[in-house]
Write a protein that binds this ligand. Structure first.
Ligand code: ADP
Ligand code: MG
Length: 237
């Protein structure tokens, strides 16, 4: 059974005569633990597809299953990170990460927040407020917040798109470490080829009018992930 099954997804927007097909027959079988990038030009439907997988938007037709179960509405098994961090400004960094854990005893939620803040290398900023942090750091908080629910799938819509080149590289490194440590299944939207190649096991290339899958490429550079990390770290210094 496929871990995440995206099968025959169709989506149109607009009314009657002005209806435009935005997604045409999108099918992607996602394996557990895979890092998949959705790569394609602006307007090809990447966000629409990701929102459908997140349950934030409904497809006109098609199947969406996680572990053999239909997933239609948003659920805690899917965590989402957007281009803008959208943190609560009146809460501390730690409180922001704890926010999705409302049902959990506070002490336990604090431990979870600690764990993920360590993972995004922001332990020392737990008590700060978002406005005291740079854009890249805020985005790291939003990643920690998405991970706090321990979702089966992490969905990221151009999470580094608003950041400068240097910060972007740094966050790519942080995300690689997260992926190694948590073994999460990640679907990552980008329009940067370099970013997709650096991070992914697999790249789905999409085209426009209508949005569709052009290529499904396995990235096999024949090197262990950890080794690659060290190489990149050396390169960045
Ligand atoms: P991408 O993320 O690849 O840039 P989007 O998924 O945002 O692409 O958009 C794909 C197409 O769907 C665009 O032409 C966009 O204008 C259209 N679109 C997206 N959301 C809506 C909506 N809610 N209503 C109407 N058109 C939409
Ligand atoms: Mg988009």
């Amino acid at each position: 059974m496929m871990f995440l099954k995206i099968d025959g997804i169709q989506k149109s927007f607009g009314k009657d005569g002005r209806r435009e097909q935005v997604l045409k027959d999108i099918s992607v079988d996602v394996r557990e633990g895979e890092f998949i990038s959705l790569l394609g030009p602006s307007g090809c439907g990447k966000s629409t597809l990701l929102n459908i997988v997140a349950g934030l938007n409904r497809p006109d037709s098609g199947i969406l299953q996680l572990d053999g179960r239909d997933i239609v509405k948003p659920g805690k098994e899917r965590g989402m990170v957007f281009q803008q961090a959208a943190l609560f400004p009146w809460l501390t960094v730690e409180e922001n990460v704890m926010f999705p854990l409302k049902g959990m005893p506070k002490k336990e939620a604090k431990e979870v927040a600690k764990k993920y803040l360590r993972l995004v290398q922001l332990s020392q900023y737990a008590g700060h407020h978002p406005h005291e942090l740079s854009g890249g750091m805020q985005q790291r908080v939003s990643i920690a917040r998405a991970l706090a629910m321990d979702p089966a799938v992490l969905l990221m819509d151009e999470p580094f798109g608003a950041l400068d080149e240097q910060t972007r590289m740094r966050l790519q490194g942080v995300l690689e470490e997260i992926w190694i440590e948590t073994k999460k299944t990640i679907i990552f939207v980008t329009h940067s080829i370099q970013e997709a190649v650096r991070l992914s096991d697999r790249i789905i290339v999409m085209g426009t009018h209508p949005g569709r899958v052009l290529q499904d490429i396995e990235v096999t550079l024949g090197r262990p992930r950890e080794g690659h990390l060290k190489e990149m770290a050396a390169y960045e210094e």
